[in-house]
Design a protein around this ligand. Structure first.
Ligand code: CO
Length: 187
């Protein structure tokens, strides 16, 4: 089932999610609905508060690698179901990138994130997992974990003027491809 995605200014987006303690059928159903909801919205991540559930849970699916012809390499997308995630280590190295958010449709902003992070979490069945994440995947994880703390990318812009509507963004960088930052699908 495709769930409704909550958007600003819904106050649920500003609340802290509670830890998941029951890995029951209800949780499995929520996860099984969140994955198609993320894909339907063409997102690369979706946190449970974005569908109105204040639980420490997120699904993430990375963008595919492309071959030389620009075609998606089959199987290069990676799907993560992450419960109760905690960042246990983060690199000093930061990278700037453009983010969008399914809960703030139509906007893009530049945010600085740790280039590499380590995360401890549980999988959908409660088994402990450890992940080392880099680059865009690390960025998506940081964006999603922020959602679980009631934080949004607009809180973390590198500068107040680095927030654009999609139209402004494309107009701003249209003639200046060299200067156009890497963009990321919303999450
Ligand atoms: Co988001």
């Amino acid at each position: 089932m495709i769930l409704d995605i909550v958007t600003l200014p819904d106050p649920v987006l500003r609340k802290k999610a509670a830890p998941v303690t029951r890995f029951d059928d209800k949780l499995q159903e929520l996860i099984d609905n969140m994955i198609p909801t993320m894909r339907d919205a063409l997102g690369v991540g979706l946190a449970a508060p974005q569908v109105g559930e204040l639980l420490s849970l997120t699904v993430i699916e990375t963008l595919p690698d492309e071959d030389e012809g620009g075609n998606e390499i089959e199987g290069s997308r990676q799907l993560f179901v992450v419960v109760n995630p905690k960042i246990t280590w983060k690199s000093k190295m930061m990278v700037d990138g453009i983010e969008g958010c399914l809960s703030i449709p139509g906007y893009l902003g530049e945010v600085s994130r740790h280039e590499v992070i380590r995360v401890e979490a549980q999988d959908r069945f409660g088994k402990n997992i450890r992940l080392k994440l880099e680059d865009w995947t690390a960025r998506i994880f940081q964006h999603e974990i922020d959602h679980l703390n009631g934080e949004l990318f607009i809180d973390k812009l590198v500068a107040p003027d680095r927030l654009w509507t999609e139209e402004q963004f494309h107009a701003r960088f249209e003639d200046d491809v060299e200067d156009e930052p890497d963009t990321l699908a919303a999450s």
